[in-house]
Design a protein around this ligand. Structure first.
Ligand SMILES: [Zn+2]
Length: 238
């Protein structure tokens, strides 16, 4: 019995941790992870880019199949590949903000996480002339102070469904395709990665999974749209 207060404290900490990172946790405010679609329509999303040559390969895969997607980019990666940021927007895909450095410690408290958000907004605007209205927090970390900062800056937080729990570590493309297809329902927002945090690195399996996934879902009657369209909100701030 004497251990109960410590156990309770740990439980509270554990619960807080889980609720702040779980893709479907709504405890700190609306955290949309899917659209309300009844029709078979979904959104493909790609985090942690741009990262070459993988982002450009994805653009080719998507263009060949006339599919629009949403790219949640890291500001530091955008500085590394500015032409790719412009290519993504010019191809009609949606650009969302995914922090500046993707550094976990910068999310622990204010004001550093606010700098992460604002600095990337400035980079995206300077490169493309547009200011994203969509934000996906790194690790889907939606602490209350992150949520309030996003509201202050007119940004809509976006969650989703991980296409495969280990996709970041690049299991075989067939596994990624199978998992993503299995998880897809009308309104699903699928999360893939065309980079890894702010480090880049090989994404061959993720890129190779997308074409077969589009074809398989198309055969099941699915259409593809962008997150803003799926949620019925604006992609960019005016
Ligand atoms: Zn990320």
């Amino acid at each position: 019995m004497r251990r109960w207060p410590l156990g309770a404290a740990l439980a509270v900490v554990g619960l807080g941790y889980m609720t702040a990172f779980r893709p479907r946790s709504q405890i700190f405010g609306p955290f949309p992870f899917e659209g309300g679609a009844v029709d078979p329509v979904i959104a493909l999303t790609f985090d942690d880019g741009p990262n070459e040559p993988y982002t450009s390969r994805l653009l080719t895969v998507l263009a060949d199949r006339n599919v629009q997607a949403t790219f949640f980019m890291v500001g530091r990666c955008a500085e590394r590949y500015p032409a790719t940021v412009r290519d993504v927007v010019q191809a009609g895909h949606v650009l969302g903000n995914h922090s500046y450095s993707h550094s976990f410690t910068r999310y622990a408290k204010q004001p550093r996480q606010e700098v992460e958000i604002i600095r990337s907004q400035e980079i995206f605007y300077s490169l493309t002339g547009i200011t994203p209205a969509l934000y996906r927090p790194p690790w889907l970390c939606h602490w209350p102070w992150v949520m309030s900062t996003l509201r202050q800056h007119g940004l809509q937080v976006v969650s989703g469904t991980f296409a495969h729990p280990l996709e970041i570590f690049q299991p075989a493309a067939t596994k990624l395709t199978d998992s993503a297809a299995r998880l897809t329902r009308p309104g699903t927002i699928l999360i893939f990665h065309d980079g890894r945090e702010a480090r880049g690195g090989p994404r061959d399996q993720s890129v190779a999974a997308i074409g077969p996934l589009i074809e398989r879902l198309t055969d099941r009657g699915y259409r593809f749209t962008t997150v803003d369209q799926l949620l019925g909100i604006s992609a960019y701030r005016i």
